[in-house]
Design a protein around this ligand. Sequence first.
Ligand code: C2E
Ligand code: MG
Ligand code: MG
Length: 579
Amino acid sequence: MTDINYKMDLLVSMNEKLALDQRVLKMITDNSGDMYIYYDFRNGLNVKLYGNWDRIAGNGITNSPFDRAYMSSLIYDDDWKYFMETFIDMEQRGEKKASGEVRIADKRGWFRCDGIVNYDEKGQPVEKLLCFSDITRMKAQHEELQYLAYYDSLTGIFNRNHFVSILRNMCEDAEKNKTSVELLFIDIDDFKKINDSIGLLLGDELVQAFAGRLKEYAGDFIKAGRFGSDVFSIAIYDPGGTRRAESVYHDVCEDLRKPFVLSNKKEVRFTISGGVAEYPEAGRTAFELVKNAEIALFKAKEKGKNNIQYFEMDMLNSFIKSVSTEERLKEAIENEDFELYFQPQFFAADNKLRGAEALIRWIDENGEIAMHPTDFIHIAEKNGAIIPIGNWVIKDAMRIVSEWCETYNFPFILSINISAIQLDKDNFVDSIRHALNLYGVKAECIELELTESIFLEDSEKARHKISQLRKMGFRISLDDFGTGFSSLSYLKDLPIDTLKIDKSFVDTAIKDKATNIITESVVDMVNKLGLETIAEGVEEQKQYDYLKKIKCDVIQGYLMGKPMSKGDFEKLFIGQITD
Ligand code: C2E
Ligand code: MG
Ligand code: MG
């Protein structure tokens, strides 16, 4: 092969290789989704475009010379100056690399721009490559992530994490400036009920609308956040040291007089409970403030909602006690460490046994009373443990009644205390029917004691259940009359058979003229309505005599017999039968 042929072949193969490299390069740039501008400075300025320009810029940019005016029309005005300074003249400043982000002209998207310049040995620019990547989606995702990191997605106010970090900063500022921070927790009263009645979606709408109102209080020194489903938090830092949590709470309450109008045009109103923990008294860290404001909020709920409570050390102690009771109760439920005691009830007219009230006793490992029901029933009601406890009581009471009916064949009524939480359970009527059938007990032998709150709430559901129970033959009694609302006028409409007058009433009736008159009117009216009256907590003979005189039907109290074990009660039973 001649030299010239050899060179010719070499050139052809080099050309082929070059063409192949160019094709590969073109494929890469075209498919990268990015846009490139290549500047060749060697023979005057020569500009070439590669990549995906058509998608956003059309074919508007002329290849040579580089069209600055057109480029500026692609980039958002406010970013053009920055773009020029950073990328267009970078070779004049001798810069080798630059990168940055600019908005696309219509502001709907973002470019990331990277520039590289190569220089010759004399420092003269040889070539420059600008690469534009569309980062609109990445940016949106990033912004969304950032938003989610700080804000609650439903309401747009600060989320729990960010709120706590703001609170932490406020505590640090308060420490430096020797001033205070207040943390106010706000909880919508009976939110679960509202949610059940309007549905989850409108419930969300309500939460959003309420957050919207809270947002209006936010400013330089007041920050609002959402802590949980219907729990909101407001942190107040006042450099001047003025404490404002209570007035903010009252302002929000005032605001709530205006109803919320939801998208279904329905108006919803609610009240709120508030709990406050103050720095430094109630906690020196954000964590402590949160914990203690929550405890104060619990207290406000316990006090009947629609009020505000400030954290006090006593609350923490009783909270710790109730947490330990909860733990012990859990174990007691598993081991069924309970026993029923029975307190006899006697007809006032002839002193004959009417029946008994079943009262739960929690028995510890030494066979002693672990804790009285007044100390644990309300805790069990709060944490839901009343359901298994109540089920146990119903079953055990039925079991014992069936045994007594078989053994003694004596007319007898056993009263069982039913908590509002139990009655509220959807399957309550079925479960009590099941227990009745399981032990073959007649419903007429059982009286269910309910408290006033059930009737006061005027819940259709509760009334329907009560009427079902009465149809089945159960007697219904209203327990603790005189401790709550106790309106005489509403008594006449209640679906009850028996009214139990509370000990507090009985105690004052013979001492206080006014209570005396009220007690007499109650008994008189209840008699006229054809209902039975039982006086509770009768400890003295003169109380007994008085109650008998005013025609109270049944007497229950220490005077006649304290709550006693099943064995002791059976002895009393036998005494009655043989009398
Ligand atoms: P209650 O239903 O009003 O029961 C009457 C309470 O008064 C009983 O207290 C009883 O021992 C007490 N008592 C009765 N006579 C006298 C008296 O003459 N003087 C005094 N000082 N007290 C008297 P106990 O057994 O401690 O129960 C307290 C409350 O706990 C009950 O009040 C009831 O609300 C609740 N409870 C008790 N057992 C149960 C249960 O099985 N289920 C539910 N849900 N609650 C229960
Ligand atoms: Mg009772
Ligand atoms: Mg009672």
